[in-house]
Design a protein around this ligand. Sequence first.
Ligand SMILES: C[S@@+](CC[C@H](N)C(=O)[O-])C[C@H]1O[C@@H](n2cnc3c(N)ncnc32)[C@H](O)[C@@H]1O
Length: 195
Amino acid sequence: MPEFEWDPETYQALMAEEIPDYPRLQTEVAAAAAVGAPNSILDLGVGSGLTAQRVLDALPGAGLLGIDASPEMLAAAEAILDPERTELRLGRLEDPLPRGPFDLVMSTLAVHHLDGPGKADLFACIAAVLAPGGRFVLGDLVVPADPADVVTPIDWIDDTPSSLDEQLTWLAEAGLTTRVHWQHRDLAVIVAQKD
Ligand SMILES: C[S@@+](CC[C@H](N)C(=O)[O-])C[C@H]1O[C@@H](n2cnc3c(N)ncnc32)[C@H](O)[C@@H]1O
């Protein structure tokens, strides 16, 4: 089965149709990211840069390294993000991460494309590249406790979300201290701190 191809031209319409609370998710990611005024940011699955832009607007002193597997999405990110504050790299979440250390690692609506072991592996890699006191802000789809809270269509091929509790467990196993910043139906923002 070929991997889903992201199209920056249709991305916002797709989000509006399938994830109506995407703007609220971005607001909550940006609010959680801005705590502690981090300077160095790694954005995993930066896509067309829409959430990265919100975070950079909230943190005028920060610089961001964005990684994504889609050249088309990265080209769109390049068009909107300040080149003085941004570096963009083609790469996969499964690849070794840049060494860092980073004050903040963020990811919005990308980690749910990994399966459970893939998420657990990624969380351990993120813990290794966070600076002491650094934080991981994860804004993503979760499998809600109540099936009635499912809003976003899931194909269980490209989309393999996990429950909030599973992800909190894997983050704790990676040595991070977690808290749920926000949750609404099948969306959540988790903050995981390295002591
Ligand atoms: C729904 S978009 C989210 C984009 C952006 N973070 C945002 O907030 O709008 C998901 C992005 O994750 C990227 N992605 C999905 N799986 C990936 C993987 N395994 N490695 C790298 N990027 C991946 C896709 O190319 C796409 O740009």
